[in-house]
Ligand binder design. Structure first.
Ligand code: GLN
Ligand code: ZN
Length: 769
């Protein structure tokens, strides 16, 4: 095919669409079903209506081929487990009794059985349920859901393309089932899984699918030659089938690298490739490989994960190049639109100027259609649209929100020395010990205390104007008094104020910093029926006034023991927001760091001797490709140090991370140069302590001795045993005693009992030293 006919064919499509509906109707229906207030039939009807609305929205925007099967009651990887019959043994009875209840049992567990494990979908904040497989797994095809959703779309008279998680990605995301040898590699089940996909493909073809999409995002991660071989073999086998629809293999989130030639050589009819962000390199790599002249290319030129309008002219440039590299070219967002909110026009509270910079799912679909039309019919047919787009981009680039000269000046003036403490750790530690006078094995917590119903009511009352700011602050102050007095009585050594005033550790600061926007309806699925509304980091970041000093100093005024200041670090402030895409992340992180640095110094000036800067997102933000890790860790650790290094040697800097597996960032953790780090460790029996010791980590460490993910209260003997394990790796002079993470999701009775046990265990262990 010539490039010209490739252009003539150009259509618009998307890989997936938000599931929840404009008012999170899906969440309400599912949670209603769980409570017994919504029947299964009503739930199914609600879901069907939402799918129809979504398809209509896409079709009316001009999307020529709509996706099906992207809808889910909980998670599309769990749906895939159902499709291939990989139901864990412990859920079998529930699934056999009632498919829907069994499905939710796998997702959420029941009184009797644990759910599947949940983890992050690549480097997004969406969580999937991890398939559990073993050498005895027997797969069996169940294409019911896929076929039904395809039929719905076809009945509406639409061209529809079922989207499946591909077999290779499915296996690479799986883990050995409980009881199976942990060294078992699920990818070894490929030959057993392919016949199931063969059957599903045949069913979909029989139901009327011309094309089926196989999502293989696992191919953008670093893969071994054996894994790439497996992928090549899977596509060869599926390609060789006679009774099958045309296959479109999709990848997204990063560049394909060595997987690109595997896909290009495979006998599938189409490839969907991401050309945005770190995946922009796919363009040059595709050209270098000679393109895919025999294939349909679905070009992901619109970033499916951010909230910003596309540079349509720039995308047309990319598309023009791609026309020469493929048999035909369609336009699409880079990945499913699941990761962005539904509709930017719902944000009526935003400055209208600023809302023109935003594109959520609906707007991205519209951009996709515009680009396809320009490609097909010529840019003259969309001149007005391109002009408006250029004007919006110019307004963003020239706005005072995105370019604050004072912020820019400050960021440009940063020197290496600003990101270095004035004394090395060993010397500071002496000064801190003298100032704080803490006992060995000091007890502290991670920051938050239970977010009680009273606190939630207070926030709702404030929002509904039933109380004024003064009334609200009185309630917060009362809670802080309670938290401080409990800690004093219990014998905690370094106190916290409890974070009663914080709805969320990122949103709280986003609301106080210049440069962030808040949405009213910008919900995105985090997992199941849990949706989050990430703030939007839109502009240059500055701090108009102290954010935490008043509550911290109030708490300190109530006690003679040190109260720890509590801040969220720059990487986490970026990771849990939608971040501007018009400058490198490292630059944005630096601006946030400088704002936090002011806060840190103000806290210090107010007499705060211990300041904690949380970075739970440090590891999850790690780029997918190992080749990109060093650059990321470079700016990530620098921004942390920039936020914290301005303090006096005798001021103690803490940090906190919520996970126990961090082998690949251990050097970076050292590089943060924090005086004390607390980590999750209770479930892994203090293994982190051994790992840090093996690395030669020289600073103080608080491996968690209280698993806060469970309502269980650890008894004193159990904590003592964990502390003994910790002491085997970390000397008593450097070991802290603390829970795994914040206590905000726990209830007061458990927290009281658990912390009293922690103190008793610390004291007992101390005396026995
Ligand atoms: N300081 C926060 C808290 O205690 C930390 C939360 C987190 O690590 N996710 O809640
Ligand atoms: Zn944590």
């Amino acid at each position: 095919m010539t490039p010209k006919s490739a252009a003539a064919a150009a259509g618009a499509t998307v890989h997936g669409y938000p599931r929840q509906g404009g008012n999170r109707e899906l969440k309400k229906a599912i949670e209603g079903y769980w409570k017994g207030k919504v029947t299964a039939d009503t739930l199914r009807t609600t879901a069907e209506e939402l799918r129809r609305t979504n398809r209509r929205q896409l079709a009316e925007a001009g999307i020529a081929e709509v996706p099906t099967g992207d809808f889910s009651f909980y998670d599309h990887v769990l749906d895939t487990s159902v499709m291939v019959g990989a139901v864990p043994e412990r859920h079998r009875a529930a699934v056999d009794t009632d498919a829907l209840d069994g499905y939710f049992a796998m997702a959420r567990g029941t009184q009797e059985v644990a759910p599947l494990e949940m983890t992050k979908w690549f480097d997004t904040n969406y969580h999937y349920l991890v398939p559990e497989l073993g050498p005895d797994t027997v797969f069996a095809a169940d294409s019911t859901k896929q076929v039904a959703e395809l039929r719905e779309a076809l009945a509406d008279g639409l061209t529809a393309r079922p989207v499946l998680v591909g077999p290779v990605t499915y296996l690479l995301l799986a883990k050995p089932a409980p009881g199976v040898d942990p060294s078992f590699e699920p990818i070894t089940l490929l030959d057993r899984l392919l016949p199931v996909y063969t059957e599903v493909l045949a069913d979909l073809r029989a139901a009327g699918a011309e094309w089926v999409q196989l999502d293989e995002p696992a191919l953008v991660q670093d893969r071994t030659p054996a894994e790439l071989n497996a992928a090549g073999r899977a596509l060869r086998d599926l390609g060789a089938l006679t009774d099958r629809p045309k296959l479109l293999v999709a990848s997204y989130f990063d560049r394909l690298g060595d997987a690109l030639p595997v896909l290009a050589k495979s006998p599938v009819e189409g490839l969907a490739i991401d050309f945005t962000g770190p995946a922009a390199a796919n363009l040059a790599e595709l050209a270098a490989a000679g393109g895919v002249p025999d294939k349909r290319l679905v070009a992901g030129v619109i970033d499916g994960r951010n909230v910003w309008i596309n540079d349509l002219t720039a995308s047309l440039g990319v598309l023009a190049t791609l026309l020469g590299l493929a048999g035909s070219v369609d336009v699409a967002p880079s990945c499913s639109l699941l990761h962005v909110p539904l509709d930017a026009t719902a944000e009526r509270d935003l400055d209208p100027q600023v809302s023109r910079w935003l594109a959520f799912a609906r707007q991205k679909a519209e951009e996709t259609v515009t680009l396809a039309r320009a490609l097909r019919e010529g840019t003259d047919t969309v001149t007005a649209r391109l002009r408006a787009n250029a004007a919006d981009l110019a307004s963003r680039a020239g706005s005072a929100l995105t370019h604050d000269p004072a912020v820019r000046e400050r960021a440009a003036a940063v020197t290496d020395a600003d990101a270095r403490r004035s004394q090395p750790y060993a010397e500071r530690a002496v000064a801190q010990r003298e100032r704080l006078g803490l006992p060995l094995l000091p007890v502290t917590t991670i920051g938050s205390f239970p977010q009680t119903d009273e606190l939630r009511v207070a926030r709702a009352d404030l929002r509904a104007k039933r109380i004024d700011a003064t009334g609200y602050e009185e309630r917060i102050a009362a809670e802080i008094r309670e938290v401080v007095s409990f800690q004093e009585k219990a014998g905690v050594d370094v106190l916290v104020h409890g974070e009663a005033e914080r709805n969320d550790m990122v949103q709280y600061f986003a609301e106080k910093l210049n440069g962030y926007l808040a949405t009213r309806h910008g919900w995105v699925q985090s997992y199941g029926t849990r949706y989050v509304r990430p703030p939007i980091l839109a502009g240059d970041i500055s701090r108009p006034e102290p954010m935490t000093v008043p509550w911290t100093t109030y708490a300190q005024s109530l006690t003679d023991r040190p109260v720890k200041g509590m801040l969220t670090g720059p990487v986490t402030m970026l990771a849990w927001s939608f971040v501007r895409d018009d400058q490198p992340l490292g630059e944005t992180a630096r601006q946030v760091a400088l704002a936090l640095r002011e806060e840190v110094l103000d806290l210090e000036k107010a007499g705060t001797a211990v300041i904690q800067v949380d970075e739970p997102a440090l590891r999850e933000t790690l780029p997918l490709r190992a080749a990109d890790h060093a650059a990321y860790l470079g700016w990530a650790t620098e921004s942390f140090r920039l936020a914290t290094a301005g303090v006096q040697p005798q001021t103690q800097i803490h940090t906190h991370m919520c996970y126990a597996e961090f082998g690949d960032v251990i050097a970076a953790i050292d590089d943060l140069d924090a005086d004390v780090i607390s980590l999750e460790a209770a479930r892994s029996h203090m293994q982190v302590a051994d790992e840090l010791a093996a690395h030669g980590y020289p600073r103080e460490v608080g491996p968690g001795v209280y698993d806060i993910h469970s309502p269980r209260v650890p008894d004193t003997a159990e904590v003592v045993a964990l502390l003994k394990r910790g002491l085997g790796a970390i000397p008593a002079e450097r070991l802290w005693v603390n829970p795994d993470c914040g206590l905000k999701t726990r209830g007061w009775p458990e927290v009281r009992a658990a912390l009293e046990n922690l103190v008793a265990a610390a004291r007992g262990t101390r005396e026995a030293l």
